[in-house]
Write a protein that binds this ligand. Structure first.
Ligand code: DOR
Ligand code: ZN
Length: 479
């Protein structure tokens, strides 16, 4: 018979590291929550213990940018493989993007995805709804059904969702501002990149550098700037995904100083890979949107992550079947690659190299994402009362990244192939259950739970001139 005085799990001998600092403590988990963080002499007894001597106990990573592909594209990934990969990588919550088939733009589409996730998820998940001009009338219903936020594709990518008309974006932001949720934005200018692509194709260009050239810095800067203007005007909370461009950093810094309600993420590929190294086949695997830029961008992005101008580290986990990455024309090759499993190792390697502190990594990987999407302080911090979502990290674990070992079994390739890493998650705890230990993922489909956001009260701006307001017959611009 179960002893009622025992808690579910006790993590002993480790150093707890939050964004604010580290300290020696045992951590007890019970019924999905952290119930004790403190001196081992006062720790409760537990049914299961995990030895964390010489290791760090950090809040599990929250990856706010993943593409799990189900429904509709399970030749690339499904909710089982994708969340197993997350568990392997120390990631305890993923937010899933809406560019699936069908796109997550209606209640039935959301329900189809939710059901697939609920059956298979090994880690917790939030589901994005789509902001598209064809579904503006669905935003409120999707919010009511618990989407974690919305996603707007200003730049073209997998799924070929057309960038909405700017008028529709403005109206969408007005609606989302009133709902209080956050809208994540793929900030590239579609007309510009299509135009440049067309010109280069006509000139016979077909190579990795041409992809970068089509989407050169100004393509990102224009869309970032437009997003900021519309966020500032409407009060819509925005999140810029996969910031790749060091030239964006002063623009972001300036906007934040003015109080624009924005957060920003970057991804390991923009910090560790450089276009100069990505010729030939390496360029095919590494092709993604926005592209990996010239090496000089890396330092500016890393420094912006360290000082908090860039809030979060995410992955843009974008699995594809290998044959979709190996088409004869570079322009036809699928964009993206898996990332959720390798991010923590890569980022810990930057910590080992002294480019970030572990506290800064914890802020970027967990606390800041939790704050941005209404999950803090339930998540993002190791403290009593928080969800028992944890990663246990061995800062000295050395390894080499290999695509063949990935849990994304239909997408076993990575642009980090052969890269040496220092530091790795050795255990992942989701809601108090050990879902990964020493690289082995426990079989626990359905253990992951859906996360719904608890945002601060909405703060919409310029309400007198919203699209809804000017439709009223009595509307006057000067009243
Ligand atoms: O390269 C990319 N692939 N960039 C994105 O933004 C989306 C992603 C995908 O869904 O494949
Ligand atoms: Zn993406």
């Amino acid at each position: 018979m179960a002893d009622a005085t025992l808690v579910d799990l006790l993590i002993t001998g480790g150093t707890v590291v939050n964004e604010t600092g580290g300290f020696q403590a045992d951590v007890a988990c019970h019924e999905g929550c952290i119930v004790f963080v403190g001196d081992p002499r006062f720790a409760p007894r537990a049914r299961e213990t995990l030895d964390a001597k010489g290791r760090f106990v950090i809040p599990g990573a929250i990856d706010v940018h993943t593409h799990i592909r189900e429904p509709g594209m399970t030749q690339k990934e499904d909710w089982s493989t994708g969340t197993r990969a997350a568990a392997a990588g120390g990631v305890t919550t993923i937010l899933d993007m809406p560019n699936t088939h069908p796109p997550t733009w209606s209640l039935p589409a959301l329900e189809e995805k939710r059901a697939a996730a609920a059956r298979q998820a090994h880690v917790n998940y939030g589901l994005y709804g789509l902001l598209d001009e064809r579904c503006l009338d669905q935003l409120a219903a999707l919010a009511g059904a618990g989407v974690i936020g919305f996603k707007l594709f200003l730049g073209n990518t997998t799924g070929n969702l057309p960038a909405p008309d700017d008028g529709a974006v403005l109206e969408g932001f007005e609606t989302i501002a009133a709902l209080g949720l956050r809208c994540s934005i793929h900030a590239e200018n579609s007309p510009m990149l299509f135009w440049r692509e067309k010109r280069m194709k006509a000139a016979g260009r077909d190579d990795a550098f041409a992809h970068l050239a089509a989407r050169t810095d100004v393509v990102a800067l224009e869309a970032l700037s437009r997003s900021i203007v519309l966020s500032e005007w409407t009060g819509c909370r925005i999140h810029i995904v996969h910031e790749s461009c060091a030239r964006s950093v002063p623009v972001i810094r300036d906007a934040k100083r003015r109080g624009v309600p924005m957060t920003v993420e970057t991804c390991p590929q923009y910090l560790l890979l450089a276009a100069e190294d990505l010729t030939g086949d390496a360029g095919r695997i590494a092709r993604l949107n926005p592209p990996i830029r010239e090496r000089w961008h890396q330092d500016g992005l890393i420094e912006a992550l360290a000082d908090g101008t860039i809030d979060a580290i995410a992955t843009d986990h974008a699995p594809h079947a290998l044959d979709e990455k190996n088409l004869p024309s570079f322009w036809d090759n699928a964009c993206g690659f898996p990332g959720v499993e390798t991010s923590m190792r890569l980022m810990l390697t930057l910590v080992d190299r002294g480019r970030l502190t572990l506290e800064q990594y914890v802020r970027a990987a967990s606390a800041a994402p939790a704050r941005a999407f209404g999950l803090y302080p339930r998540k993002g911090v190791v403290q009593p009362g928080a969800d028992a979502d944890l990663a246990i990290v061995d800062p000295r674990a050395e390894g080499v990244i290999t695509g063949s070992s990935l849990h994304s079994i239909r997408s076993r390739f990575t642009p980090f192939e052969g890269m040496r890493t220092v530091g790795a998650p050795v255990a992942t705890v989701v809601r108090g259950r050990v879902v990964m230990r020493d690289g082995r993922v426990a079989d626990c489909p359905g253990w992951g739970q859906q996360e719904r956001p608890q945002m601060a009260p909405p703060a919409p701006r310029n309400l007198a001139t919203t699209t809804a307001a000017i439709l009223r017959p009595e509307a006057r611009p000067f009243s």
